[in-house]
Design a protein around this ligand. Sequence first.
Ligand SMILES: *Cc1c(COP(=O)(O)O)cnc(C)c1O
Length: 318
Amino acid sequence: MVTIDDIAAAAERIRAMVRETPVKPSASLSRLAGGTVWLKCEHKQDTGAFKLRGASNAVARLGDVAGVTTASTGNHGRALAHAAKQLGIPAIICVSRLVPQNKLAAIEALGAEARVIGTSQDEAFEEAYRLKHDEGFALIPPFDHPDVIAGQGTLGMEILRQIPDTATLAVPLSGGGLLAGVALAAKSLKPDIRIVGISMEKGAAMAASLAAGHPVEVEEVETLADSLGGGIGLQNRLTFPMVRDLMDELILLTEDEIAAGIRHLAIEDGETVEGAAAVGAGAVLAGKLRAGNGPLVLILSGGNIDPARHAEIVEGVS
Ligand SMILES: *Cc1c(COP(=O)(O)O)cnc(C)c1O
């Protein structure tokens, strides 16, 4: 169980470890959405993504450990490496071969080992599990952990403090740690807020699991929103029920719609974001998401994209 009190405590605990990120209005998206659209610029967070919030909260709550480990599509691993370095403990980050090179380099630049295992999040997770059982590491999963969810929830508190009349909050959705935490915080502070989750059409494990009524596996496919890939875990305990109960609407996007979001945010708003972070803009551009009776806030969740890839997408080569 995660409560609003856990999120408030997390905000205190990680205050010195994370940045308060800015919000800014988007004139072009506001026109298209029929109401004010705000961009929550969490891609400006240290390590380039919101994942630092959950990782910092989880690491700050550890006792004595041999080190920390996780399996991650990139941004959580990078965040955990950063948080572990602040605590002065070793980190081994287990990743699949689908994870882009720039993300591996970023983990290693933080003094952690990036251990490349298998072709799926689940295979990488087995190695992290082994490190926990054989070598005394603390395994900090990317989303299905109360301290991680509470840490991500601090982003929801921050948004409601910055834009108290937020009517709709659009949240990139993968394992659901972000949506679960943000939705819990936002609905505690403003019960009538509308929480919209956004994933890609192909390989979205949470969408398939919600449709099935229980956690299911999906085949992992390459997507522009690489941070939204990976399973939710067949043994999912927390994020599946929280997303099911707290999310009001789910939007799925094609690869072209995600690319359009990246391009628009770069050209019209001057923001360099990765695919996962562009889904809110992509949904507005596709006519799948509109502002209701009040401001629409899009979470730009991360900015870790290979610069050459970003340039290709912006130029429309992809
Ligand atoms: C991890 C991540 C997400 C999705 O977060 P979940 O908690 O797995 O749903 C979205 N955007 C970015 C940039 C991420 O790194």
